[in-house]
Design a protein around this ligand. Structure first.
Ligand code: AMP
Length: 400
C-alpha cells in the first residue's frame, strides 16, 4: 500500500512516499521551499539514490502537490506508474485542541474543526488545510487523513493542562495546555519500549524531543501525563528561537516599555529569543553555538548551560509526576546528535539513577541505541524520530 505523507507549512511543503507493504520503504521524499516567494526550489530524491534540486514554478500549495505528482510519475526519477497507486494521504496537522484526539478522515466536518482550531494555531492550521485541499484537487478520490500534533497529549489530566487563570477562559475559549510534537513523542516512546523489550503499557518513560523546537513529555503506561509545551509551542524548555517558560510579567513589562503590539511581542518571543537571543551570535543552530562556546564565547557557553538546565529541570519534575522512571529518551536534531548537550543535561543525575556511559554516548549512529551504563537503574535511549512514518502508519490503519 503506497502512502503519501504531506507536511504543509506557511511557505514549504515536505513530502514522503512510503511503500507500507514493502517493509515501509521510502520510495521518494523531498521538500518544496519558498512557496509564494521568489526563488521557489524543490529537492527530490528516490530510493534508487537519484536526486534532483532546482527552481520550480510553484506559487501555492496546489502547484506544489501538482509538481510532486509529476515527479513521482517522471520517466527518469519517478517511482510510481500511476497516481492511483497512492491509496491514501496522511497530513500533519498541528492543532486539534480537545476536539480531535485521534487520526481522522478529512471529511468536510473534520476540515471545519481544523479551521476552527486555527484560532490557536494561526501560523499552522490554515496551511495544513491548504495542503489537504491541494491534495483533494490534484488527487481526487484519494482519502486524506489528518494526524494531529496535539493528539498524543489528550490524555493529560486537568491538573496538568489547566493554567491558573480564571476558569471561564477555559470554559469559553478553551485556553489550556495542549502540547505539541505528539506524533514524535508517541513514536519514540513506543520504539523505546520495543528496544527495551518490555511492554509500553508497563513503563514510565520521559521523552525529550529536542530539535529547533523542543518539548519533554511524561508518559505513563503509554499515555501522556504531562508535556512542556502549552497552549502554543512556546512554553517549556529553551528552544532555538523561542523563549520557553518565562514570567508573563516580564513580557508585559517589555511590551509596555517598548510600546510593542501583541504581534510584535509574539515575534520577539517566538523568533528572536531562546538560544538565538541569549547567545547573540546570529544563529539558533546548536552546532554554531557549541562551536563558538568551544572558542571561548562566554554568552554561547551560558546559553548552552541554560538550555541543559531547563531540560534537566523537566526531567526531575516528570520523574516526580511519574513516581519514578524506567527510560529517558532523547530524540530530534539536538537530542539525536549533540553528544555534549546530552552529557550536559545528564551531568549530576547519577544520584537519581541516570548513569550515562560516556563511550556509548559518543557513538554516532542513525539506529536506536542505549547510552546508559549497564548498571544504570534507569535506561537512557537515543531514538531517531520519524514523524512521517508514524503519520503513514496511522493513515494506513484508518484508510484500510
Ligand atoms: P530538528 O528541528 O529536529 O530538525 O533539529 C534541528 C536542530 O538540531 C538544529 O537547529 C541544530 O540546533 C540541532 N542539531 C542538528 N545536528 C546537530 C549536531 N550534530 N550537534 C548539535 N546540534 C545539532
Amino acid at each position: 500500500m503506497v502512502i503519501l505523507v504531506i507536511n504543509a507549512g506557511s511557505s514549504s511543503v515536505k513530502f514522503t512516499v512510503f511503500d507500507m507493504a514493502d517493509q515501509k520503504k521510502v520510495l521518494a521524499s523531498g521538500l518544496i521551499e519558498r512557496i509564494g516567494i521568489e526563488g521557489t526550489t524543490m529537492k527530490y530524491s528516490n530510493h534508487r539514490g537519484e536526486e534532483i534540486k532546482g527552481e520550480v514554478p510553484v506559487k501555492n500549495p496546489q502547484d506544489a502537490v501538482r509538481i510532486i505528482a509529476e515527479r513521482l510519475l517522471d520517466a527518469k526519477v519517478g517511482v510510481l506508474k500511476s497516481l492511483s497507486d497512492i491509496k491514501a494521504i496522511g497530513h500533519r496537522i498541528v492543532q486539534g485542541m480537545d476536539k480531535i484526539v485521534q487520526p481522522v478522515l478529512m471529511t468536510a466536518d473534520a476540515k471545519n474543526i481544523v479551521r476552527d482550531c486555527g484560532v490557536l494555531a494561526p501560523l499552522h492550521n490554515p496551511h495544513n488545510l491548504m495542503g489537504i485541499e491541494a491534495c483533494e484537487a490534484v488527487l481526487p478520490g484519494v482519502p486524506n487523513v489528518g494526524v494531529f500534533d496535539t493528539a498524543f497529549h489528550s490524555t493529560m489530566p486537568p491538573r496538568a493542562f489547566l493554567y491558573g487563570l480564571p476558569y471561564n477562559y477555559y470554559e469559553t475559549d478553551r485556553i489550556r495546555r495542549y502540547g505539541f510534537h505528539g506524533t514524535s513523542h508517541g513514536y519514540v516512546a513506543k520504539a523505546a519500549a520495543a528496544l527495551d523489550g518490555r511492554p509500553l503499557e508497563k513503563l514510565k518513560i520521559i521523552t525529550a524531543h529536542l530539535g529547533n523546537g523542543g518539548s519533554v513529555a511524561a508518559v505513563l503506561n503509554g499515555q501522556c501525563q504531562d508535556t512542556s509545551m502549552g497552549l502554543t509551542p512556546l512554553e517549556g524548555v529553551l528552544m532555538g528561537t523561542r523563549c520557553g517558560d518565562v514570567d508573563t510579567s516580564a513580557v508585559l513589562y517589555i511590551m509596555k516599555k517598548e510600546g510593542l503590539t501583541p504581534d510584535q511581542a509574539d515575534n520577539l518571543l517566538n523568533k528572536k529569543s531562546g538560544v538565538l537571543g541569549l547567545a547573540g551570535v546570529g544563529s539558533s543552530d546548536l552546532r554554531d553555538v557549541e562551536g563558538q562556546a568551544d572558542k571561548g564565547n562566554k554568552l554561547c557557553a551560558q546559553a548552552l548551560d541554560i538550555y541543559a538546565y531547563r531540560v534537566k529541570k523537566y526531567i526531575g519534575a516528570y520523574m516526580a509526576v511519574l513516581g519514578g522512571l524506567d527510560i529517558l529518551v532523547f530524540t530530534a536534531g539536538v537530542g539525536e546528535n549533540s553528544i555534549t548537550m546530552r552529557a550536559a543535561i545528564l551531568k549530576g543525575l547519577e544520584g537519581i539513577g541516570l548513569k550515562l556511559d560516556a563511550a556509548k554516548n559518543s557513538v554516532r549512529s542513525p539506529e536506536p541505541r542505549v547510552i546508559s551504563t549497564d548498571d544504570s537503574p534507569i535506561k537512557i535511549h537515543v531514538i531517531p524520530t520519524n514523524e512521517e512514518l508514524a503519520i503513514a502508519e496511522a493513515t494506513v490503519k484508518l484508510a484500510s
